[in-house]
Design a protein around this ligand. Structure first.
Ligand code: SF4
Length: 320
């Protein structure tokens, strides 16, 4: 049984930064550090940070006064930000800068009093945060569209002032189909200045498409709550091969590989490489050969930490 590894896979720059923000905050200010929502959607990452002293909460009312809170990589609404300020909480914002870019687009469209369509998945924290960045007091509004079917049912009152944005971790192909359906109904609709689906989502989906041409089972390492990991697994459905999303080696089922000649392995943007290595070890114990990594797009994106958590500034802050 051959094992092929997708490239790129696993951690993106936004996840790297979010995890480091939690680690640095615990190091500098001591436990507990409160984190609103799972900082990234990965069970093993969350468990490790919890063991270091992070306390994961759903809402700010679970954070005591004078507490330090970190906003997750998925971003928060304006109301959450304002509430944290009102309470005087010390906040470190781990929102991925590529999500912040979408927030800024939404804020601009609100200032222009546009009707805005957000393409995304209901209930996902990024969608809640982005919807909550739209200030409707200027006369505009924001609506969520999840599918091509939703487009047909849309009631738009200002088609000439319509614009759209998207969640960052969507299926590139599904989103293109939704945008096409929107354009067919609303030709004047304004697009974001730059693509909202992020580079990491795009690159990981492209890498899996390349892998699917060569494998007969796909394993995606990632958590069920991870949007981009689910989108990777769905690519296997489209290719007509079995695809499985697992948190780690313990989630593998030997029966999946009974007739497999080539197993493809990838990982979502929030899944650590250590879990991929454990999956490979398990596959090798079931007869897998040494893994081969496919050629892929190189990624050099790095996002800076908040100023107060950078080593030099942090030193100054501690000596204050
Ligand atoms: S998947 Fe994309 S948007 Fe999400 S944290 Fe990573 S780089 Fe940022």
């Amino acid at each position: 049984m051959r094992i092929l590894l997708a490239n790129p896979r696993g951690f993106c720059a936004g996840v790297d930064r979010a995890i480091e923000i939690v680690e640095r905050a615990i190091e500098l200010f001591g436990a507990p550090i409160y984190v609103r929502h799972e900082v990234v959607h990965n069970k093993s990452v969350v468990d490790r940070l919890r063991a270091l002293g992070a306390v994961f909460v759903q809402e700010l009312d679970e954070v005591p006064d004078s507490g330090t809170v970190i906003f997750s990589a998925h971003g928060v609404s304006t109301a959450v930000q304002v509430e944290a300020e009102r309470r005087g909480l010390q906040v470190f914002d781990a929102t991925c800068p590529l999500v912040t870019k979408v927030h800024m687009e939404v804020a601009r469209f609100a200032r222009e009093a546009r009707e805005v369509i957000l393409i995304g998945h209901e209930g996902h924290p990024e969608v809640e945060g982005t919807m909550g960045r739209f200030d409707a007091s200027g006369g505009g509004r924001i609506v969520l569209v999840q599918s091509v079917e939703d487009v047909a049912a849309l009631q738009i009152s200002m088609p000439e002032r319509l614009a759209f944005v998207t969640q960052t971790t969507l299926s590139v192909d599904d989103t293109a189909a939704i945008v096409e359906a929107l354009r067919a109904r609303f030709p004047a609709m304004q697009a974001p200045r730059h693509e909202d689906i992020c580079y990491a989502t795009q690159n990981r989906q492209d890498a899996v498409k390349q892998l699917l041409g060569e494998c007969d089972v796909l394993i995606v390492v990632g958590s069920q709550s991870s949007s981009n990991s689910n989108r990777l697994r769905e690519l296997a459905d489209r290719a007509g091969i079995p695809g499985h999303l697992v948190d780690g080696a313990a989630g593998l089922n030997r029966a999946w590989f009974a007739h497999a000649r080539v197993v493809g392995v990838t990982a979502g943007a929030s899944a650590p490489e250590t879990l991929v290595r454990e999956v490979i070890e398990q596959l090798r114990s079931w007869g897998g050969e040494l893994p081969q990594e496919l050629q892929g797009r190189e990624e050099h994106v790095v996002f800076a930490l908040p100023r107060a958590l950078r080593p030099r500034e942090a030193g100054a802050l501690r000596s204050d």
